[in-house]
Ligand binder design. Sequence first.
Ligand SMILES: [Zn+2]
Length: 283
Amino acid sequence: MPELPEVETVRRGLEPVLRGARLAKVRINRPDLRFPFPERFAERLEGARVEQLERRAKYLRFHLDTGETWVTHLGMTGRFTIDGEITADFEENAPVGGKHEHLSLTTDGGRRIGFSDARRFGYMALLPTAEVDAHPWFRALGPEPLGNAFNAGVLAAGFRGRKQNVKVTLLDQRVVAGLGNIYVCEALYRARISPLTPAGKVGPKRLERLATAVREVLVDAVEAGGSTLRDFANVEGGQGYFQHRFDVYGREGEPCRGEGCTGVVKRIVQGGRSTFWCPNCQK
Ligand SMILES: [Zn+2]
């Protein structure tokens, strides 16, 4: 399942090809993904110029000069290709192209963009750009963790008075947008904060550390994305391409990588999701 860094990698891959480009010819090969495609979708896209490619949480939002915004959620296996090349590979066994390609378009620059989604959990919409932030998918979202508005103060406001543990609270999209289970585990480890701590009890210094850690784990993951992703997946023999970089996620029973720590990574379940952490390093 693509998390925020994977979606950002896709955005960065598409930006040089789509920004400023006119969508010359659009083809839809089936009526729906997880939900039906918008009405007259191809006609409404055709001829439009892409003014800006934005990511909000795990959504891609392409603002068009027609006053509409093309919104895409990648679901589990949704992938964009550029001239047949994958923009970011997070599910290496998911097929691309052929009968799994549900949308394709060419730009006025002669580039071909495809969207494949083998499991069809992805979805797309065309929304009036002026109203996109008010749409139910977006209106309750907190700030972007990679944006300028995110800092320890945002966390302090989101955590204030909350008895719920900090792990589950960080997954609350109203506190901060787009953070998934993997990167919450990694950020808490980096900030040396126990996932069991009630959110309201995390003090100012630790909030500073946590805000920095959230940003850093995401920046590192985005930087690990890019053109060599498929090679990574092959070399690692079937692992997800980010997985080898995780400090705690998916490492239950393995030695903690913390300097001087002789502890072992533990797994617990919080809010129905696995939390990986080092009880030695995280207090
Ligand atoms: Zn440790």
